[in-house]
Design a protein around this ligand. Sequence first.
Ligand code: ADP
Ligand code: MG
Length: 613
Amino acid sequence: MALLGIDLGTSNSLAALWKEGQAQLVPNALGELLTPSAVSLDDDGSVLVGQAAKERLVSAPEQSVTGFKRFMGTDKSWTLAGRRFLPEELSALVLRKLREDAEAWLGESISEAVVSVPAYFNDSQRAATKRAGLLAGLKVERLINEPSAAALACRMHDPEGDNTAVVFDFGGGTLDVSVVESFENVISITAVCGDNRLGGSDFDHEIALRFCEKNQLFFEQLTPQERAALLRQAELCKRQLSSQKEVLLQVPNLDGSLSLNNQQLIDLCSPLFQRMATPLRRALADSRTPLEAVDSFILAGGSCKMPVVQGFLRHLLQRELDQPLSPDTVVALGAGVYSGIKERNPAIRDLVLTDLCPFTLGTGITSGEANGPLRLSPIIERNSVLPTSKTQNYYTISDMQSRLIVDVYQGEERLCKDNLKLGELEVPVPARPAGEEGVAVRFTYDLNGILEVETTVLSSGETWCKVFLGQGSDMSQEEAQKRLQELAALKIHPREREENRTLLAWAERLYAETLGPERERIAAMYDRFQTVLASQEDWRIHRARPDFALFLEQMESRLQGFGIFPSDPQHEEAWESMARSWTDEEQDNLEQEEDDRIASGRRRRGPGQGFIH
Ligand code: ADP
Ligand code: MG
């Protein structure tokens, strides 16, 4: 039974599986490796997933959604065509699409998967991802941290070198940095750090805001359709700046334009660059790795393809970056390799992948005042190697106190209320004067996200134990069944017609973006293609499709009309001047951060501090 490796991304998702002795990327029904993580409800109520849904973000924004991964594990919901969807249900639709496309490609059914998640995902986000898998008919055998997956793919590519690598994964909505040690057959992640609110879409947003500013428009006052069209063109410009020196941003139906080069992009987005440095610094500090000890940098995520991002990293790290694997696919490849390990494939069976606890687990303690806020007392610290087991003692604070409440929290905040509460355990203790009775609390956390909390009353040796299953176990069989049926009842767009539907969605978007004679031409071509589709004769459809696609392609490039300039992706001078203004600012920031830390009584940063300057 095949096991599917899946990179379930904020913007794009990919699948890979272990076949003929290597991890292979799986093309979708359109022959593409990347499937946009977008869902849309068609006019007839059927569900579209992928490129067609992405096109409809512009032509039918109310019926279409993307970026839902950012809300995994929360109760935010979207109503599309009168039906409410949770983020995990939208993710389930994407996973199901990947599964079905992979089944068609492989010619056998798939019921298990390894799914990658950002290293920074907390327990409820991981649980939601597992539920999404279940709802897509996939038992999620294991969640793997995205950076671990990327490191694994690179390791398979070059099994020779023992080394210390930093994985810099910069996608559409998240940035994750991790430090990875590979020695012989063991790959260990020694630190992870991330910013799950920073990604490529922030660049699109900055560009869109600049366009509005220059053309006296107010982003917030645009219609959802105009906003979507503007963001779409902004993203396109950003991508074109990866191979062109200068681009002109124009948006159909919006007056004005904005010319943009990479230098201007740097200026426009300088706060974003500054935020990119923080997780990098923290990860190195957490793993006590000096920058000089890093052998290689692994780039993952589409945003790493931006010359300005690479330039920034080159400058920050003072070294060249070269990597044979594409940032787009490296995580999915790693998930594919891991699925091979899970299947106990003899070729890679010997590889050991250790994992980390990406967050701190602890219990609440009073800060002294009677009704003061509860403070978090960490028991298992972030980035501990798994499995791990740690003990701490706690004592009563009032006379004749007869029970202790051991709350269990996850997170990095000082006050309990700002962290995620996983549950609690009540322990009866003999009533005695304050501080004379206490419990030893042991937290044991394993690779599958199972946390065992064991408390031992110090005077009597009596123990109380509770297991927190975490990761997706909070959905009962009945509930899973019920929700599966609900999702299954949704009409899914027929797979064999997907290519046609994607072309129609493309035409609908172009129609929405144009006016006058161009719009009429698009409408005429659209009707013609629909008439052919209505004939239901495969040979006619087959013949008409390339013509329709060519027409749309030509219309697209005409509408864009971007200026083409020779490429100059280096921008060394830009970085020089930027770095000059930064060195002082960065130092100030560092000092300020350290002051805040001391003022709030937090642990001082380890000896890694200031490795990056
Ligand atoms: P995620 O892991 O979040 O799904 P991806 O790794 O697919 O994200 O990256 C998506 C992001 O990469 C988007 O913001 C997209 O605009 C950006 N991107 C993709 N290709 C390029 C490119 N050639 N130049 C610049 N940005 C790109
Ligand atoms: Mg990604």
